[in-house]
Design a protein around this ligand. Sequence first.
Ligand code: 5GP
Length: 206
Amino acid sequence: MDAATAARLTVLAGPTAVGKGTVSADVRLRYPQVWLSVSATTRAPRPGEVEGVHYHFVDEAEFDRMAAAGELLEWAVVHGRHRYGTPRRPVEEVLAQGRPALLEIDLQGARQVRESMPDARFVFLAPPSWDELVRRLVGRGTEDEAERERRLATARTELAAEPEFDVTVVNADVRQAGDDLVSSMGLEPLRGPAAADGRDDGATGR
Ligand code: 5GP
């Protein structure tokens, strides 16, 4: 696959708690040539989250402004609560530089990107099973009961969207899923002993 094809935009979506954030963070570490978009969000930072690395944490007024000014490639209210969106300009700049770009967003956002950038690659990250998805969702323990129910309901709908995607990557093992994602982007996955070190199974969120 040539550089121009590899430099396409790839959108990674999938049900809540499937481990999109963990897989994309793994790809960011092991494949520095892949540029990972930093979303804007109105939700508060979780412990350990860093402004400009995990998200741009903005208030409602600033999100309104960005959306109204057309600065977001897509945006959505996720889990019926906070707004999340992809700043447009950095994506366009990175693609213009010929660097492959990855968006880790929810299904509503993926559908919007399909409308505006139909040539993007759409990758669905699937859990090994429904039971495993529930285990990851509950195991994360960062949300209260009502929030978990909301997320499970969203996850059921999101799982049904798999056929809309170009490729499915199953997240049974984070590194394997990262390698499969990178291959689907037209990049060469890492080989050799270094690629098998420090395995880290399971979802820990972004
Ligand atoms: P969390 O609050 O757990 O970090 O993320 C919640 C959900 O928001 C995840 O499913 C994540 O994929 C989604 N998300 C993160 N950034 C964006 C974005 O820029 N746009 C959209 N549409 N969803 C996003």
